[in-house]
Design a protein around this ligand. Sequence first.
Ligand code: B1M
Length: 211
Amino acid sequence: MSDLQSITDALIAGDDNALTQKVQDALDAGTNASTILSEALIAGMDIVGGRMETGEMFIPEVLMSAMAMGEAVAILKPLLAEGEATSAGKVVIGTVKGDLHDIGKNLVVMMLESSGFDVTDLGVDVNIDTFLTTIREKNPDIIGLSALLTTTMPMMRETIAQINASGLGDGVKIMVGGAPVDQAFAREIGADIYASDAGSASKLAKEMMHA
Ligand code: B1M
């Protein structure tokens, strides 16, 4: 069995000890950190999602996979980071109210930080007032909103509307992402940037800062 396949299997099994060991073994054998992330871990979470949909996996099992994924990503993080010294800009980011998914958002945070952004991560289930207060406090260049559920996409729209109504949106770029979000929806709700994955999120954020 290939290194990557055995990593995917340990992720699906939610076996954090086996997973972290296999990730370390693959790194020691010379496998690239971003290959492990995209081809074994993110690919594995897609399989978990499919099994969740068909009822082959239940929430506690999905949660174990998610927690194991977090531990594996922590091992890869320093290797994926470019570690730029100066701040590329300030970002306030969170998963919108009603939504508890944070694996993808955490990857976006990791990529932004490794590109030199100063990131304030508000976590999950972030209500609109928390966004508004933090924007006032931090004066960010970019606000990031993540949503993984079709049922929380309207909260993304509402959050942007309230940011704009408060006047705090002036001069700030809003970036959105998450599996059910696409470019058309982003445009419709008034977001400035849509990013389909963590890599393009940091690339587009950098481009936006130099625009
Ligand atoms: Co949830 N869940 N979940 N879940 N879950 C999905 C999203 C689902 C598609 C599974 C399925 O049915 N196939 C489905 C949504 C269906 C829909 O809305 N149409 C679903 C459901 C239904 C639910 C519950 C309602 C289940 C229930 O209770 N009956 C419940 C909701 C809880 C809530 O949020 N209120 C629920 C709960 C959970 C867990 C808690 C068990 C767990 C989350 C743990 C955690 O995040 N800490 C969980 C998980 C793990 C998933 C799946 C399996 C994996 C999500 C994930 O981490 N993917 C997911 C199925 C799937 O996506 N295949 C599913 C890997 C991650 C790297 O990708 O998050 O897409 P992703 O992030 C990418 C991009 O989207 C992008 O970059 C990231 C990295 O490349 N991106 C951004 C994300 N945010 C961005 C922000 C940006 C830019 C890019 O700018 C700011």
